[in-house]
Design a protein around this ligand. Structure first.
Ligand code: FE2
Ligand code: FE2
Length: 391
């Protein structure tokens, strides 16, 4: 997978757009029409929708003709603020993985690598370091873009910096800074694995699913070495790498549901476009990591008894557990009277933001955070869940 992200042309175009929009976008649009000549204003709307248009400076601007203007509705702002916060948390924990087992470079700076932990993860896939780097890079751009977009539409960005209070791993390679998230006491819910393999159940119908790795739901486990003491014995380190390999898709499948869940209540077409353009990248992450989790070797951690079962042998195996079944199995959707269909699940929109916050909390990812942090996140989630389409 190559890591060609936004090119310089795209970046400068975006910068132009943001600079020109400001929070007073309605005025900008009027000025633009006036600049194009009052006589064409009456037919201008059709042109704006369908074709690239010449700016007042005579340049052709592809894409920008579709920019929306004016302030966000309260609901759209709340949805964007919640996903901006969730993306900030995602970026923070991916950053910690990257410092130890990714690629530290100008796109994702910080840390200096932990060769022993990186090697344990690389046994699952030769491209592990690149994938970790690229996922981290994606998350950084997600929250950075969402905050900039909020501001460009007169909304308030989300700043979680005051909540950066959690400790770093002291293992070789980790930066010694305060963190927003905690990768050292995870309780990983792997029920998504069987949820995506069922052809007759759907969480939106109230169904529940067995976890692929039951042990990960029964304690608190590190997904990164807490210190260099965690680098031995080797089966313990393998269990830590396995925990990470299962944590990656567990988090990404959450994002893969959250965006379609919240998009259903977006009012503005451009906000919908933002949500529909970011959400599927979470799905791309999820699918990649889903494949890799299945390669985590069966092992028991000698230090704490955590078991990673062989998912291809009894009592596992079959449709629900076989590790190469990584495409979503078609299942029931909307009504049992309709034919089954291959879909993201869940996508129920009611209470989705609070559900996502509860999922992050149960995962242990924000274990140790302050009451103020939880109050702040709950308020963001409540406001996002109050958002109504056209409300
Ligand atoms: Fe993201
Ligand atoms: Fe993500």
């Amino acid at each position: 997978m190559s890591n060609v992200s936004s090119g310089s042309t795209g970046e400068s175009k975006q910068a132009d757009t943001l600079a020109e929009d400001g929070s007073n976008g309605v005025t900008s649009r009027r000025s633009f029409l006036a600049g194009a000549g009052g006589g064409v204003a009456a037919v201008g709307v059709g042109l704006l929708v369908d074709s690239p248009v010449a700016s007042a400076h005579g340049r052709i601007r592809h894409g920008e003709s579709h920019r929306r203007h004016g302030r966000l509705t309260r609901g759209d702002e709340a949805i964007l603020r919640f996903v901006a916060a969730a993306e900030t948390l995602e970026a923070d924990f991916w950053q910690q993985y990257n410092e130890l087992a990714g690629i530290q470079d100008s796109e994702v700076p910080g840390g200096s690598g932990n060769p022993t932990y990186a090697a344990a993860l690389a046994t699952l896939d030769d491209d592990m370091a690149q994938y970790i780097h690229d996922n981290t890079d994606d998350e950084i751009t997600h929250f950075t873009f969402l905050n900039a977009y909020l501001e460009s539409r007169g909304g308030r960005p989300v700043d979680l910096e005051p909540f950066r209070t959690l400790p770093s791993s002291t293992a070789t390679g980790a930066q010694q800074i305060k963190r927003l998230t905690n990768l050292m006491q995870l309780t990983v819910d792997t029920t998504w694995y069987t949820r995506y393999r069922s052809d007759n159940k759907n969480p939106d119908f109230g169904d529940s699913f067995p976890p692929a790795v039951p042990g990960l739901l029964q304690g608190q486990f590190p997904a990164i070495p807490r210190s260099d003491a965690d680098l031995t014995p080797s089966d313990h380190l393998t269990a830590i790498a396995n925990t990470a390999a299962w944590h990656f898709p567990t988090i990404e499948q959450g994002g893969n549901s959250l965006y379609p869940q919240l998009a259903q209540r977006a009012t503005d077409a451009e906000v919908l476009r933002v949500l529909l353009s970011i959400g599927p990248t979470e799905t791309m992450h999820f699918q990649t990591w889903h494949d890799i989790a299945g390669d985590a070797p069966p092992i028991t951690d000698p230090t704490n008894g955590l078991v990673f079962p062989d998912l291809n042998s009894p009592p596992f195996g079959g449709e629900l557990f076989q590790t190469n079944l990584i495409m979503p199995e078609p299942t029931i959707f909307l009504s049992r009277k309709l034919p089954i269909v291959s879909i993201i699940r869940p996508t129920e929109t009611q209470g989705a933001a609070m559900g996502a916050l509860q999922f992050l909390t149960a995962d242990g990812l924000i274990r140790g955070q302050s009451q103020d942090f939880f109050r702040f996140m709950e308020e963001l989630a409540r406001n996002a869940d109050r958002a109504q389409r056209f409300g």
